[in-house]
Design a protein around this ligand. Structure first.
Ligand SMILES: C[S@@+](CC[C@H](N)C(=O)[O-])C[C@H]1O[C@@H](n2cnc3c(N)ncnc32)[C@H](O)[C@@H]1O
Length: 216
């Protein structure tokens, strides 16, 4: 049976299992490094949707010393891990928020990122969240979503799980995987520019869009 979105992230067993293998996922570092290339070094305000233990913000802050970041997540266990990672770093704030609800009022951002999180939301909410992201980005701002996407066939889905050396029984019950094409189309329809899949390996993909500047 499918879990409610976010439900499984309330258990220590699930969270520990994910955090224990996050670094071992093949090719993940490669995809993340492409994301880092597309976030300007002078990014000032960065929002991370479904930040988990702050993995992506940790990578971003290494060479973005001016960055002021907010990481949102629903899981108290993940937020605790993120707070531990960023202890003493006041420019990085982690906030409890369930992404099934509209984003809280946080002001504008020049970059919005996400990693392996939005696929836990129902498709309709993915779409409305992309629209909210567009609205809170500054003109010229970047949205970079490093995501677990759907395979076009069951065979390729099984091949992905084999490639990451995970039994299919370990598939997150809250996964609501969606293909790359639909998500790119949505981003274009919402008004993002330069929309493309900037990197992909099996079910891991980096989807990027830029909010147009008023002067084009
Ligand atoms: C696979 S983990 C990825 C965490 C982190 N971004 C990373 O790259 O390691 C998925 C994250 O999405 C969060 N998440 C799932 N559903 C959510 C929801 N409805 N609202 C906010 N966060 C959610 C989980 O708590 C978890 O931290």
């Amino acid at each position: 049976m499918k879990a409610m979105p976010a439900e499984e992230w309330t258990t220590a067993e699930h969270v520990d299992r994910y955090l224990g293998r996050a670094d071992r996922c093949p090719r993940r570092a490669e995809g993340e490094s492409v994301l880092l290339e597309h976030v300007p070094r002078d990014a000032r305000r960065v929002l991370d949707l479904g930040t988990g233990d702050g993995r992506l913000l940790g990578l971003l802050e290494t060479d973005r010393r001016e960055m002021l970041a907010v990481g949102l997540d629903v899981s108290e266990l993940m937020l605790e891990a993120a707070r531990e990672r960023f202890v003493g770093k006041e420019r990085i704030e982690v906030v409890e928020h369930d992404l099934t609800a509209p984003l809280p009022t946080l002001g504008r951002f020049d970059t919005v990122v996400s990693s392996m999180a939005i696929h836990h939301l129902e498709h309709e909410r993915k779409h409305s969240l992309y629209s909210e992201v567009f609205d809170l980005l500054e003109p010229g701002g970047v949205f970079a979503n490093f995501e677990h996407v759907a395979s076009p066939t069951r065979r390729l889905h099984l091949a992905f799980f084999a490639a990451i050396d995970e039994p299919l029984e370990h598939e997150d019950r809250s996964d609501r995987l969606l293909d790359v094409e639909s998500q790119l189309r949505w981003l274009r329809e919402l008004g993002f520019d330069d929309v493309d899949c900037y990197w992909k390996w099996l079910e891991m993909a980096l989807l990027v869009g830029v909010k147009p500047t008023t002067d084009g």
